[in-house]
Ligand binder design. Structure first.
Ligand code: 4NP
Length: 150
């Protein structure tokens, strides 16, 4: 079993989509996906309604998800921890208690554009089109993540 954690700031826009897309594409008995946020503003909430809509347009239901805060124990629990942007990446690297923990942390778009250090842009103050753009980026990244897992 490979366990993958998707992390953004609020755990309501980007990482719930990343979780939903990857979990939809993999065999649940082999890969387990979760998501978390670096701040607790939205703890316990459903994903943003625009993320729910865009997932739904792609026949993925993410309404089972509730926002939660990233915990230090996640470094032990998960094999790979994907940050949605550089801000989150740097926060995770700061929190990582060991070299082994640091090595689990990756920037998700590095899977598509290695070493370009690109962010999945925060769509929270943007329109539904920004959410569709986020979906496309994450869908592409998830396809590459799956190829690497095989
Ligand atoms: P996320 O988006 O990190 O993709 O979930 C955000 C959600 C909420 C806020 C910022 C980003 N906020 O400031 O409340």
């Amino acid at each position: 079993m490979t366990k993958i954690l998707m992390v953004c700031l609020g755990n309501i826009c980007r990482s719930p989509l990343a979780e939903g897309i990857l979990q939809f594409k993999v065999d649940e008995s082999k890969v387990q996906v979760d998501s978390a946020g670096m701040d607790n503003y939205h703890e316990g909430e459903l994903p943003d309604e625009r993320s729910i809509q865009v997932a739904d347009e792609n026949l993925i239901d993410i309404t089972n998800q509730r926002a939660r805060l990233f915990e230090i124990t996640d470094f032990k629990e998960y094999d790979i921890i994907y940050a949605m942007d550089n801000h989150v990446l740097n926060k995770l690297l700061e929190l990582a208690p060991s070299k082994e923990a640091k090595e689990k942390v990756k920037l998700i778009l590095d899977e598509v554009f290695p070493d370009e250090e690109l962010d999945v842009p925060d769509p929270y103050y943007d329109s539904i089109y920004a959410f569709r753009n986020v979906y496309k980026m994450l869908d592409e990244a998830c396809d590459i993540i799956i190829q690497k897992l095989d």
